[in-house]
Design a protein around this ligand. Structure first.
Ligand code: AMP
Length: 215
């Protein structure tokens, strides 16, 4: 079995997966694979993937499993893919989780731990509608909870799917399709619950300690 840090970040939209994954990826020199970021880049560049994904994303629906699984397979099996990696926003359905298990056994890797970033649903709407991302650096901020110190240094924009209508749909989709993965990984004894409604640094510390105990 090959060594390395292999993390999955589970959690509702707005739970802080992306923010925490950025910090933890830097700390462990891990590749940060965000399927949402990959899809948004494809939409911007108007590739075939982007054209296929755009409608689903705008509606707050999931892109079909086959498309996403293919995209992850390409990365994980590429010869220069780093030994340490973090998945942020994948898997999101049971079919994706099963495909990942199969893929990991093919490439002889094991998940270190699945981090379930738990935030009460009623906090998520504010977090999402006030979220802003920097076009230049990809850094994620929140106008209320985590504002940039010097806003003029950043080129901030609001994601299309952070408008209230798409947000409600994304939260429904999360509850119906992604939340069942919490039990899936708990049964495999790979889950660590992280209380996500604390200060950012406290969430990072809790993640770090969950990773350390599984290494
Ligand atoms: P995110 O940035 O993770 O919130 O993802 C933004 C959007 O990209 C989602 O609402 C979906 O439309 C799509 N997406 C991202 N990851 C996945 C995935 N694993 N499966 C299906 N759709 C995804």
């Amino acid at each position: 079995m090959s060594k390395g840090i292999h993390l999955i970040f589970l959690g509702a939209p707005g739970a802080g997966k992306g923010t925490q994954a950025q910090v933890i990826a830097e700390k462990y020199a891990a590749a940060h694979v965000s399927t949402g970021d990959i899809l948004r880049a494809a939409v911007r560049e108007q590739t075939a993937l982007g054209l296929e994904a755009k409608g689903y994303m705008d509606r707050g629906e999931l892109v079909p499993d086959g498309v996403i699984i293919g995209l992850i397979r390409d990365r994980l099996t590429s010869a220069d893919f780093p030994a340490n990696w973090i998945m942020d926003g994948f898997p999101r359905t049971l079919a994706q989780a099963e495909a990942l298990d199969q893929l990991l056994s093919e490439i002889d890797q094991q998940l270190t731990v699945v981090l379930n970033i738990d935030v009460p649903l009623d906090l998520l709407m504010d977090r999402l509608t006030l979220r802003r991302t920097c076009r230049k650096t990809g850094q994620i901020f929140n106008l209320k909870f985590n504002p940039p110190a010097n806003p003029e240094d950043y080129d901030l924009y609001q994601r299309d799917d952070d408008q209230p209508e798409a947000v409600s749909r994304r939260l429904e989709v999360y509850t119906a399709q992604t939340a069942p993965l919490i039990d899936y990984y708990r049964q495999q004894d790979r889950l660590a619950d992280i209380q996500g409604d604390q200060a950012m640094a406290a969430v990072t510390a809790a993640i770090d300690s969950a990773v350390q105990t599984r290494l």
